[in-house]
Design a protein around this ligand. Structure first.
Ligand SMILES: [Mg+2]
Length: 186
C-alpha cells in the first residue's frame, strides 16, 4: 500500500514547538492551555499579535522552528518504520517552502523517520496537494489542515485528519494517536 503524510502537525508537533519559541523570544509565559484551545492553525493570538505580526514572527523564526528540537508525535516514528518493514511505501508531501526541502529530509532522517529521496514532495500550495496525491495513487493520506483535507473528501482513498482543535469541523476519519494506525488499516 501507498501511504502519504503531511509533516507539520501531522507527524511532528511543530505548532507547539513554535509556541514555546514564541514564549522565549517574546519573554512571555503564555500557558499551553491557550495553545490547546486555539481554533486556528496560526498561534499568534494568545501573544496579542495581529495576523501580520504573527506571520512576520513565524517567518523570522522559521529556521529555528523547523530545524531544532521539534518533537515528533508519540509513536509516529515507530509506526512509519514498521509500515516500511511490512513492505508499504511512505511518501511525504509538505507545503514547506522548497528552500527547506533538503534540510527537512535530513532533519526527518536524523529524527528516525524512514525517508526515500524519491518519495518526498515539497513546496506546493495547499490546493496542489490533491494533484500529487492523485498522481501517486495513494491508498492512505494523513494531514491536519482543513484547507487541504477539504479538497480530498471526494477522492477514492482513505483520508485521515490528525485530530486537533482547529479541524474538528472537517467531516472525515480521524486519528487521535499514531498508536491506533495499525488497527485502523486492518
Ligand atoms: Mg500540517
Amino acid at each position: 500500500m501507498k501511504f502519504g503524510f503531511d509533516i507539520d502537525d501531522t507527524l511532528i508537533q511543530l505548532r507547539q514547538h513554535a509556541f514555546h519559541l514564541y514564549n522565549q523570544k517574546l519573554n512571555k509565559q503564555i500557558d499551553l492551555e491557550h495553545f490547546h484551545g486555539l481554533k486556528t492553525l496560526e498561534i499568534h493570538e494568545p501573544f496579542g499579535l495581529t495576523a501580520k505580526e504573527g506571520g512576520q514572527l513565524w517567518n523570522s523564526l522559521a529556521e529555528e522552528i523547523y530545524f531544532t528540537e521539534c518533537p515528533p508525535f508519540p509513536h509516529a516514528v515507530e509506526v512509519l518504520n514498521s509500515l516500511v518493514k511490512a513492505g508499504h511505501e511512505i511518501y511525504y508531501i509538505t507545503a514547506r517552502d522548497k528552500q527547506y526541502g533538503d534540510r527537512t529530509k535530513e532533519w526527518l532522517i536524523k529524527n528516525g523517520f524512514p525517508v526515500d529521496e524519491e518519495k518526498f514532495y515539497c513546496g506546493m500550495k495547499d490546493e496542489e496537494k490533491i494533484k500529487i496525491i492523485q498522481d501517486l495513487k495513494l491508498d492512505y493520506y494523513f494531514d491536519d489542515k482543513p484547507a487541504v483535507l477539504e479538497t480530498l473528501l471526494e477522492l477514492p482513498l482513505k483520508v485521515f485528519a490528525i485530530d486537533n482543535s482547529y479541524n474538528k469541523h472537517v467531516k472525515t476519519s480521524r486519528l487521535t494517536s499514531w498508536s491506533d494506525l495499525e488497527e485502523l488499516i486492518k
